[in-house]
Design a protein around this ligand. Sequence first.
Ligand code: FAD
Ligand code: SIN
Length: 515
Amino acid sequence: MELLGDFLVIGSGVAGLRAAISLAEHGEVIILTKAHPSESNTGYAQGGIAAAVGPDDSPELHARDTIAAGDGLCVPEAVDVLVHEGRKYVQELIDWGAEFERMPNGQPSLTREGAHSVRRVLHAQDATGRAIGRILWSRVASHKRIRILDDALATDLIMHGHKCLGATYMTTAGDRGTVKATHTLLATGGAGQVYRETTNPAIATGDGIAMAALAGARIVDIEFVQFHPTVLNVKGSPRFLLSEALRGEGARLTNQGGEAFMSRYEAAGDLASRDLVARAMVAESELTRAPVYLTMEHLDPIQVHERFPTIAAACRRAGLDLATDRIPVSPAAHYLMGGVETDLDGRTSIPGLLAAGEVACTGVHGANRLASNSLLEGLVFGARAAEAMMYPPAPGSLPERTTEEWPLSRGTGEAFPSASEVRELMWRSVGLFRDEGGLSGAVVQLNRWSEAVTRPPRPRQSELEFRRIRSLVTVGLLIARAAMRRKESRGCHFRTDFPVHNDPLWKRHVSDILT
Ligand code: FAD
Ligand code: SIN
């Protein structure tokens, strides 16, 4: 099928849906989404959405916490936009019917998460993303000017010279088509599936980053992958996220002997930023040669079950009681700070191509994202990208910064990898702890695989699987190469061979272009 629209939106998470709502006021919108429209990282978000709405809070304080977590690499202008405009877009969600929990006086009930200096997180129990997605979806689904193609995987961007004119897609039934549009918005989310252990659902394979990179777009800060510390670790059970809000409401991390060990590692204890907590947990586990646990045994079990019903149900499925058992936890890949480089209006280096949400990198999160800033980012920058799409296509006003060009390998002969080979390699060599030996080995292997994925699929190979692996390899290679280049530790990027900051050399962003 060949479709023509004013605006193409790829992805139906918070960023894509929020953008589509604004775009539909100005033209015909086509949304391509690769699975059921509600299947997205957004739909799984638990803890909540941060906004400076509390009586003891302000956008300036929210900015300060965001910048502190970002460890020297946040782009201050992007943070400024997020914290100031964030309040407006959260209020808009409430006006549209989002039911965040409230206190008896009617004010939003705010929870706390790591590295926030005050309670700042609006939430709908422990399933905030689902509540937000529902509200946005109800406005999109009923809109006459929005056409939604679900189970439609965008496969490549349509390029004319250096300009983006839309995308090709294929459906799960194998039908192929094109969507041509004046503007294309990538809202394809993150890439947690690049790693063996992840909180992300199966859709999060980094397709948008891969498609943009293969079309020549600038990619930035992609070495910064956030590993969430507390993920259920029970053999045979899915790696279900145990929200940071649990610790915000009093849960503690304990070792095998029952000691709450975090204060030995970090002054902020259990509520230190995610990168610090994740690394401390691994250190403690190695020290004690035993798992670490999340425990709520000291809290009121009825309140625990009422406040966290989704998490309690996941623990129950694994044979555990969230309120009374100690729950084995370990870190897993959760969020990608880097991505397709954009300006504050979502414009990328390619005219006609915009990006918003987790696929994009405005620099708002720096080297480490503050908890619950991502749903907010999707709303704010999704809406801003939509505004930019009202104007003729133009490249973003991206900062002048070091840009490296990487020639893509186009050899022959290397065997095509399986998804689990890629994910295992990334987990082992490009994970929470990195060093030159592991990274250089990973880069060599990923380079070889990138040769295999540039050839067309073999006759009996499923094209959907081929596309999935092409994304994993492309994004994996981008992450591994950027991680090898950054010879320091900062935020979520930890090099055991360069364990501290090197500000004179590395307090900067580097953009990559595949050629
Ligand atoms: P997504 O919501 O991931 O949406 C991406 C969309 O793109 C999906 O519809 C997908 O199907 C589609 N897509 C992808 N590739 C293609 C393709 N090739 N063709 C067509 N469609 C495609 N953040 C917070 O702020 N607060 C939280 O409490 C929180 N909790 C989280 C809990 C979990 C378990 C996870 C995984 C993440 C959590 N996050 C949280 C992070 C946050 O949910 C995401 O960063 C955010 O929702 C991303 O929104 P998005 O719109 O950019 O992408
Ligand atoms: C969580 O609930 O711990 C996840 C929050 C986030 O990723 O911001």
